[in-house]
Design a protein around this ligand. Structure first.
Ligand SMILES: N[C@@H](CCC(=O)N[C@@H](CS)C(=O)NCC(=O)O)C(=O)O
Length: 210
């Protein structure tokens, strides 16, 4: 199976998939997409991803989009080590935690949203306050869930789906200087997760420029 991940250096959605692929121990080719230069709006990229968003994962030349769908697909085709727990109730808890980030924090703070705020002449200080507002709101909900469910990782004792989402979202919070000290369980889970070699290898520092 040949895997090609269309990714961008600091973007959090492809960072999730890099973590997932690394945890599975799957080899993949990384193709950087220059978001600043709007490479994602070019026809050749839109042919792979009609939303003009990263990531896209090409599987033997066939594109998959949406990071959560890709991570769930990975868990289906390469079940070990599992990203999701086995029990349906626990799977729903984990998906709920992941979706706080993927559905309720990240879409409000995405590049296209920030560009639109800029187009509406909202200045950098207010844009940063906007970003912080949604991270804080989501993390306030996630904090007690992590406190309740974390073991060695964000959910239980093995790295999994929550870590795939949480580590990039915490990195994004750092980019915008959002203070995470009100969220000690989140901070501790991230500090532990980034020590894992597969998660560390997915860090933007190891990504080609762009
Ligand atoms: N729900 C999508 C979100 C993808 C997404 O928004 N990706 C961002 C980077 S993290 C992007 O491509 N942004 C480009 C833009 O907003 O113009 C997923 O999880 O894959």
């Amino acid at each position: 199976m040949k895997l090609v991940l269309h990714s961008a250096k600091r973007a959090s959605a492809p960072y999730r998939v890099r973590i997932g692929l690394n945890l599975k121990g799957l080899a993949y080719e990384l193709r950087p997409v220059d978001l600043a230069a709007n490479a994602h709006h070019q026809d050749d990229y839109r042919a792979l991803n009609a939303q003009a968003l990263v990531p896209t994962l090409e599987v033997d030349g066939r594109p998959l989009t949406q990071s959560l769908a890709i991570l769930e697909w990975l868990d289906e085709v390469s079940p070990e080590p599992a990203l999701l727990p086995a029990a349906p109730y626990e799977r729903a808890i984990v998906r709920g935690m992941a979706e706080i980030i993927a559905c309720d924090i990240h879409p409000l703070n995405n590049l296209r949203i920030l560009r639109q705020l800029s187009a509406l002449e909202i200045g950098e200080t207010d844009r940063n306050a906007w970003v912080a507002r949604w991270i804080n709101e989501g993390f306030r909900a996630l904090e007690p869930m992590i406190a309740a469910h974390a073991g060695a990782f964000a959910y239980g004792d093995a790295p999994g789906l929550v870590d795939c989402l949480l580590v990039p979202q915490a990195f994004n919070a750092g980019r915008f200087n959002v203070d995470l000290s009100p969220f000690p369980a989140i901070q501790a889970a991230v500090a532990r997760a980034v020590q894992h070699p597969a998660i560390a290898a997915a860090h933007p520092d190891h990504h080609p420029e762009r």
